[in-house]
Ligand binder design. Sequence first.
Ligand code: SIN
Ligand code: FE2
Length: 209
Amino acid sequence: MLEADSQRLRLSSGAFVLRGFALPYVSQLLPAISVIEGISPFRHMVTPGGATMSVALTNCGTLGWTTDRRGYQYVSVDPATGDRWPAMPPVFAQLANEAATMAGFDDFEPDACLVNRYRPGARLSLHQDKNERDYEAPVVSVSLGMNATFLFGGHERSNPAAKVLLYHGDVMVWGGADRLRYHGIRPLKDEPHMLLGSERINFTFRKAG
Ligand code: SIN
Ligand code: FE2
């Protein structure tokens, strides 16, 4: 099932790891994150089941993903500030579009970018991304900072999951037949990164509306 060329690891027909694809953008991405969190700070949201997420999140773009006791939803206004989410920086949209093209998904125009912040011990349990209006567009996910073990499962939660180590600058793209696969992140180890210290930042781009 694994097939690789120099910079592209194919996990399945529509799922790719693009090693180091975001590295040329890092010097633009980091200041952009500071601007975003200055407008809409990272916060720990509560799941419908009542658990506080170990991952802290914010969003940029027209729509932002949220969770509370009532459920998961995309909204245009940040519930913490009462204002619209910060705009998606053009370099974010460009990176997402180019990564999608590399994976065979042309014309990807994300309207939502979820920014996740992981500190040591933070994790994301297996889930499907299915709050978007349709599943035509892929999910593009950019990793910065500390390494993480990404779990790439199947279409049932109980299916075995492949472990994929994601490094600073890696981009994952999954779409098509793989769009609704379960995925998650193992609890992060504290192995500080040169630029980001004991943090991992992940942006996940989607066409939500
Ligand atoms: C997500 O599934 O929303 C994020 C995955 C990641 O942090 O790599
Ligand atoms: Fe996800």
